[in-house]
Design a protein around this ligand. Structure first.
Ligand code: CO
Length: 140
């Protein structure tokens, strides 16, 4: 059911500091602008790699859902992995039928790439928070 790994989500207390790591330590040359996703309570910045992306996420606002993660992991850390699927609703239905817990009541939301996404609870995925996203238009 899953296709390409689209990105790895990395929570950080400072996107600015994390960008320095990916740029200066690892030599990443293509790094996008930082933008706010108010409804999700995060600042987002993509580090572009030849075959994937790192999605840097920093809390936006006091009620950001990643604040709790950063309390447990003050330096930040790997937060989720995101795979592309052909049909987000079919993927959601298949997962629910297999007993998985899909966050947000199973309702897809528009993610940082502008396409619908869902998250599968880590308790059903060996401790890994899994994001599934509709494959972006025109990408194969
Ligand atoms: Co993501």
């Amino acid at each position: 059911m899953i296709g390409n790994l689209n990105h790895v989500g990395v929570a950080t207390p400072s996107i600015e500091d994390s960008v320095k790591l990916y740029r200066d330590m690892l030599g990443a040359t293509s790094i996008g602008e930082t933008f706010a996703m108010e409804e999700q309570g995060v600042w987002v910045c993509f580090v572009n790699l030849p075959n994937s992306q790192i999605e840097l996420i920093e809390p936006y606002g006091e009620t950001s859902p990643i604040r709790a993660f950063l309390e447990k992991n003050p330096k930040g850390g790997q937060h989720h992995v995101c795979f592309e699927v052909e049909d987000i609703e079919a993927a959601r239905d298949a997962l629910v039928a297999k007993g998985a817990t899909v966050l947000n009541g199973g309702k897809p939301r528009i993610g940082a790439h502008g396409v619908p996404v869902i998250f599968v609870h880590p308790k059903d995925m060996g401790g890994v928070l899994v994001e599934l996203m509709n494959r972006p238009e025109g990408k194969h």
